[in-house]
Each structure stands twice: as C-alpha cells, then as structure tokens.
Design a protein around this ligand. Structure first.
Ligand SMILES: *Cc1c(COP(=O)(O)O)cnc(C)c1O
Length: 231
C-alpha cells in the first residue's frame, strides 16, 4: 500500500515548509507518528517509509505493539499516565510527554533509579484549564519544575500541550505561543505541540516535536467516550 508512504512524504514536506517560514532547519522538528488504534502492519509500512519515532497514548495498547514490532525507533507516550502504570511505562517508552504532577514524577524517579537509567520527560501544561485534559496549570508550572529539579532520574527536556479544539488551525497559534513563552521562561528547549490539524502553525511558533496521527495513518475509528482517555 502506498498511502502511508505518500502521506508521510506530504507531512514531511509540510514540516519542511513550515520550518522554512519560521527560519528554522527542518531537522529541528521531530515527527512523532501517533499510531494509536493503528495495527502493527500499517505501523510497519510507516517505519519502512522512514518514520523515526512512534507515539501511543495508552500503556496497554503500546505493550502489545512493542511486543510485535520491537523498538526499531523510540516510542513516545503522549497520553495521560496513571501513577500505578509508571513502572511499565518506563519499560516501554523512551520519552514521556505527559508528566504533570509530583506524585507521578516521584514514582517515575523511583522506577528509573531501579532500572539504572534516567527517564526523558516533557511536562504537560493545561494551557486553557480544560477539565477534560491532563496537564499542570500554567500558574503552577514553576512550582512543579522546582519540585522536579531534585529528582535525579527524571530529566525534564521541555513542555507539551494539547490546545483546545478549534475549527481552524490559526486558533491554536495563541496557545502555541503561550507554551513557547513558558518554555523560554524556564530554559526548556523542547516543545511538543501540534497535531494533524495544526502542526504547521505549531512549527511556526517553535515546536520541536509534532505529534501527528491522522495525517500519516488516516482517520481513526471512533472510540467509546469513556475510553478516550486513560485515567
Ligand atoms: C491522538 C493524539 C495525537 C495525534 O492526533 P491527530 O489529530 O490524529 O494527528 C497527538 N497527540 C495526542 C496527545 C494524541 O492523543
């Protein structure tokens, strides 16, 4: 099947053009292909076409896929993480995008120490204070970062956010800009922001990781509402 290869090529071109508009090198931006609900066969096609990182939002689903596909590229956890799944998440994932509270960070630190390897993380920020989403409130970010600083086995590389759903990509710009400002304030280099609908705007505003599912793998089947987020 050629569709995934073609989609990936198109996404890459769009990333390159957005980076160029922003005066940034295209390889500043890591494309994380979000493969939730996508079966291993289609993920393999994307890997064969050169996709360099995969993202999943649920530990259980990732476990099955990693058992089948192994780890030819790094796996990123982009969804909410329950504290009692931290140990398993650390075994499966190379980067956790959804660190948002100190209890979770302490558990990650403990488990990472036991494994003898620090975990790479991004702190998720709930920019618009949406009750349906994880993430630390912007006003509490500084305190959370202070609390994370002494945890030797938790490396905070940057920030992540999922802005409110909007009818047009431009609407996300102000949120992306807000996240970039927070990142700069705290000297954090990585910004995980932008999905299929708005990754170009995110790159213009400084994204260094974009999390793209649909534009690579095609539309996902709808999930029952209560399964949408793993909590
Ligand atoms: C599903 C998901 C994505 C990808 O969404 P698309 O709109 O399909 O690109 C990105 N980030 C997170 C956290 C997700 O859950």
């Amino acid at each position: 099947m050629r569709d995934i290869r073609d989609n990936l090529e198109r996404v890459r071109e769009r990333i390159a053009r957005a980076a160029e508009r922003a005066g940034r090198p295209a390889d500043d931006v890591l494309l994380v292909g979000v493969s939730k609900t996508v079966d291993a066969g289609r993920i393999r096609e994307a890997l064969a076409a050169g996709l360099g990182a995969l993202g999943e939002n649920r530990v259980q689903e990732a476990r099955a896929k990693i058992a089948e596909l192994g780890r030819p590229v790094p796996w990123h956890l982009v969804g909410h993480l329950q504290t009692n799944k931290a140990r398993e998440a650390l075994e499966l994932f190379d980067v956790i995008h959804s660190l948002d509270r100190i209890e979770l960070a302490r558990e990650c630190d403990k488990r990472a120490r036991a494994r003898g390897r620090a975990v790479e993380t991004l702190v998720e920020v709930n920019l618009a204070g949406e009750a349906s989403k994880g993430g630390v409130a912007p006003g509490r970010l500084a305190a959370l970062l202070d609390a994370l600083a002494p945890l030797a086995h938790v490396r905070v590389r940057g920030l992540m956010a999922i802005p409110p759903e909007a009818p047009a990509p431009e609407a996300a710009r102000e949120w992306f800009r807000a996240l970039a400002k927070l990142g700069a304030q705290h000297g954090l280099a990585e910004l995980s922001m932008g999905m299929s609908a708005d990754f170009e705007v995110a790159i213009e505003e400084g994204a260094t990781l974009v999390r793209v599912g649909t534009a690579i793998f095609g539309p996902r089947p709808a999930r029952p509402a209560r399964e949408r987020e793993e909590r």
